[in-house]
Design a protein around this ligand. Structure first.
Ligand SMILES: CC(C)(COP(=O)(O)OP(=O)(O)OC[C@H]1O[C@@H](n2cnc3c(N)ncnc32)[C@H](O)[C@@H]1OP(=O)(O)O)[C@@H](O)C(=O)NCCC(=O)NCCS
Length: 176
């Protein structure tokens, strides 16, 4: 059964799990959300169809205004890897990204840590993940995962792995 909730910050916005009917609109949202890398529409269809339990989507009416993709780390099933977070620029700064990530946490009760990668320059993204750390009064660590020169052949900025946890769902700051 698909769960739907309304955003606590903006009651017009509905948050739910994506399905394959959303894949094309998700690709469009990613395309207008630099600095995210745009993957193929096929990838977003796969995520929305097969990985929808670890993805979330937000609608304002029929319009897709936010999307988060993720997966459970294949070598640690207590860890949620957040792949891409895209919030339409008109909906940023309201904490919607955190709400979408928390929606995924609710679907995956065994998750006790979050992993993601960020580039040094993406201060909005780094700040969003720092607020998750603050919200759950937990720890955050950083290390280089994919290096600009060694892994991207200088074609992409270094991606820093951020790990947040342990996450205690009973102990969180509801004001963040
Ligand atoms: C990064 C991003 C996902 C954050 O989502 P969000 O729901 O706006 O996050 P928050 O509301 O928690 O705001 C996080 C920070 O973004 C910045 N911010 C606030 N309003 C903003 C706006 N209108 N536009 C851009 N950045 C803004 C602030 O630094 C804020 O931190 P603060 O709350 O301490 O002031 C969103 O800006 C986005 O989609 N950016 C483009 C794609 C991207 O970079 N994705 C992340 C890589 S995975």
């Amino acid at each position: 059964m698909t769960i739907e909730i309304y955003s606590k910050k903006d009651k017009r916005i509905k948050i739910t799990s994506p399905s394959k009917k959303d894949g094309f609109a998700v690709a469009n949202l990613i395309e207008r959300s630099p600095p995210l890398d745009i993957n193929s529409t096929y990838l977003y269809l796969i995520q929305s169809h097969y990985f929808n339990n670890t993805c979330s989507i937000a609608f304002d009416g029929n319009e897709v205004v936010a999307f988060v993709s993720g997966f459970i780390n294949p070598s640690n099933n207590n860890s949620l890897f957040i792949w891409q977070v895209a919030i339409d620029e008109n909906y940023r700064g309201k904490g919607l990204g955190i709400e979408l990530i928390e929606f995924i946490l609710k679907q995956n009760k065994n998750v006790i840590s979050i992993e993601t990668t960020v580039t040094k320059a993406n201060t909005a993204s780094r700040r969003m993940f720092q607020k998750i750390q603050e919200k759950y009064h937990t720890k955050i660590s950083e290390l280089i995962l994919f290096d600009k020169e060694k892994d991207f052949s200088n074609k992409h900025a270094t991606e820093i792995l951020i790990e947040i946890g342990p996450i205690n769902r009973e102990h969180k700051n509801e004001n963040i």
